[in-house]
Design a binder for this molecule. Structure first.
Ligand code: UTP
Length: 309
């Protein structure tokens, strides 16, 4: 039986090309989702699962990732002097005090697998969680804790799987699975990176949460570049499916909650709208405006009629 997961790794060193030019000087994980950068939601999720050791993999031109979680004393002093800014001050301070944060640089963005291998020294020989910095799970839904529990029970690796419409599976890693006695847990029998819909073994997509055994580092060290010339973590995990492999087996938790992908432009917009609608402070006014806006843009509405502010 392996030890319970204590450390989380957030790879955030990608180039974010889908958001260029916004991501020329700003990491995509720092793009605001309402009023927090995407990566802060991810760190908060880690903390809710009981982990307080977080390693963020950063890259060149990404100092804002570190700055965001650091104190800004002058800002705090200014807010402190204004009684009306108490709540803001608390929120600013909370963002600097979330967890024990560590940073390592991935010198060149050779892919997610390569980014994960940059965590080897920090993680050591224990299972660990990996969360993608642009993939958000709603705080009302539990995923990471469930994955950690499954890993504690079964050992090996645990992947987060989401059912997607068959025409979307080509955007994801895809898992062939067998059922277990537990309804939301499956045994993974094969992984295929971004298959065409007709070749996909299922409509279960890998989303940005993993619990991995430390043997993944040994496999990654020998994994050649795959799709797109990048070292793919999926290729390395696939090697741990082999019943003879040390570091397996590989299980999946089928997630049925709310997930927001902020790494893609259209999904980023949807994420912001959904999260804003559900916010107690913004939601009521924003929903009313959105209803009116949507009605004005529906096929029967006239897109040329300006919406009143
Ligand atoms: P993505 O492929 O979604 O991110 O990788 P990207 O490469 O930044 O974005 P596009 O496709 O060019 O728009 C998934 C996650 O893995 C990280 C990214 O930062 C993202 O959070 N990643 C990817 C790394 O840390 N290093 C890499 O070499 C590649």
């Amino acid at each position: 039986m392996s030890s319970r997961v204590r450390k989380a790794v957030i790879p955030a060193a990608g180039l974010g090309t889908r958001f260029l030019p916004a991501t020329k000087a700003t990491p995509k994980e720092m793009l605001p989702v309402v009023d927090k950068p995407a990566i802060q939601y991810v760190v908060e999720e880690v903390v809710r699962s009981g982990i307080d050791d977080v390693l963020i993999i950063t890259g060149r031109n990404k100092p804002s990732l570190e700055d965001h979680f650091d104190r800004v004393v002058e800002l705090e002093d200014t807010l402190e002097r204004d009684e009306g800014k108490r709540e803001l001050l608390d929120r600013v301070r909370a963002s600097t005090d979330l967890a024990h944060l560590h940073f390592v640089r991935q010198k060149d963005p050779h892919g997610l697998g390569h980014a994960v291998s940059c965590a080897a020294e920090h993680v050591g020989r224990e299972p660990f969680a990996v969360l993608l910095g642009d993939d958000l799970i709603d705080e009302r839904d539990e995923l990471l804790t469930r994955m950690i529990d499954v890993q504690a029970e079964k050992g090996g690796c645990v992947l987060a799987l989401l059912e997607v419409p068959p025409e979307q599976i080509s955007l994801y890693g895809c898992a062939a699975v067998e059922a277990t006695d537990t309804p939301d847990v499956v045994t993974v029998t094969e992984l295929v990176e971004k298959p065409a819909a007709k070749d996909a073994p299922s409509n279960l997509a890998l989303i940005g949460r993993y619990v991995l055994s430390p043997e993944i580092f040994d496999v990654l060290a020998e994994t050649p570049p795959g799709r797109g010339g990048e070292i793919q973590v999926t290729d390395a995990i696939a090697r741990l499916i082999d019943p003879e492999a040390v570091g397996g087996p590989v299980h999946g938790v089928v997630f049925r909650g709310r997930r927001y992908d902020t790494g893609d432009k259209a999904d980023y917009l949807r994420s912001i709208v959904q999260l804003a609608c559900d916010r107690a402070d913004l939601g009521p006014d924003f929903r009313a405006w959105l209803t009116e806006f949507a009605a004005s843009r529906l096929p029967l509405g006239d897109p040329d009629v300006p919406l009143q502010p």
